[in-house]
Design a protein around this ligand. Structure first.
Ligand code: BJW
Ligand code: ZN
Length: 252
């Protein structure tokens, strides 16, 4: 994989680096994406499964879909792209990872400076009292699960029409505004407000690098587009970063 010289130059001076990831980063782990020919939304209707109204109408149906996804993801492991992004916390002076993914693979790869915009599939939240619990049981003992208060528990994820967790969103904007290099990895850049983050970074003067096998609405505005699967492109980039680091050490 050829890394453009202009990007190598930006990598040399980069101290504050951030990345926004989407479903594509987990694709090579076997987790289905949402859009595209094999995406979940080709097979399922989002308004029947990923809205608060759908949950109110038929919590069992919604939970069956989440159970299916939880069991699929439980058998998946982080891939090379997740691992490189976790390593970048050590490679750069400051590295923050903002993800739209709810699959938990970034946590499992070791990322700690992690902002989760759309929640976490392995957390449940009471639709009544709001209490949260971590729950990795697959399958759950009962569907739909209930809280101690008697109300239904729901997956602690962000459905269409719902607001993003306020603190996570605030942090994500801060991170995008203050970095020098911003990577946009494996997202169709269609779902708002997450899709506005590359713009925030760009307007604040960051060099924005897109990593995706396909083009997105953001592609024409990216400073650099690296076409290919994240699990191939990110390790190639990491190798360049290592070489740059070694060169700096030798010359100092
Ligand atoms: C690879 C690869 C490889 C493949 N390597 N790359 C009009 C009507 C109604 C609503 C709206 C509207 N306009 C805007 C809205 C708001 C809506 C929205 O943006 N809708 C658009 C779709 C039009 N947004 C919201 O509702 C958000 N809330 C909000 O805005 O609140 C205020 C508000 C309230 C009321 C009305 C309006 C505003 C909330 C959004 C929540 C999104 N939730 C989901 C489900 C999460 C839970 C779960 O998983 O079950 O989040 S939807 C789904 O999309 C999921 C993802 O996080 C999100 C983004 O998808 P992502 O990650 O980009 O995946 P894909 O599949 O789209 O793309 C994969 C990419 O990877 C592709 O580009 C591939 O090429 C690439 N790829 N293999 C690298 N190996
Ligand atoms: Zn409760």
């Amino acid at each position: 994989m050829e890394i453009p010289a202009a990007l190598i130059e930006r990598l040399e001076g980069a101290r504050r680096v951030s990345a926004l990831t989407g479903a594509g980063v987990s694709s090579e782990s076997g987790v289905p994406t949402f859009r595209g020919p094999k995406g979940l939304w080709k097979q399922f209707r989002p308004e029947e499964l990923a809205t608060p109204e759908a949950f109110q109408r038929d919590p069992r149906l919604v939970w069956e879909w989440y159970e299916w996804r939880r069991s699929k993801i439980a058998s998946c492991s982080p891939n090379a792209a997740h691992r490189v992004l976790a390593d970048w916390e050590r490679r750069f002076e400051e590295f923050w990872l903002v993800t739209q993914n709810v699959d938990g693979l970034h946590d499992r790869a070791g990322s700690r400076n992690l902002v989760k915009l759309h929640g976490d599939l392995w957390e449940l939240r009471c639709a009544g009292c709001g209490v949260r619990e971590r729950n990795e049981a697959v399958p759950l003992p009962a569907i739909p699960p209930r809280c101690h208060c008697g109300n239904l528990l729901r997956p602690a994820v962000v459905w269409f029409g719902e607001s993003l967790p306020e603190a996570a969103w605030r942090r994500a904007v801060e991170v995008a505004r203050s970095c020098q290099l911003f990577f946009v990895v494996g997202t169709s850049a269609l779902v708002q407000p997450a899709a506005s983050l590359p713009w925030v970074a760009r307007e604040a003067g960051a060099c924005v690098v897109e990593v995706n096998p396909d083009s997105t609405p953001f592609t024409p505005f990216a400073d650099v587009s690296l076409r290919g699967p994240a699990a191939v492109v990110l390790p190639a980039l990491d190798q360049v970063i290592c070489q740059v680091g070694q060169r700096d050490e030798e010359s100092s």
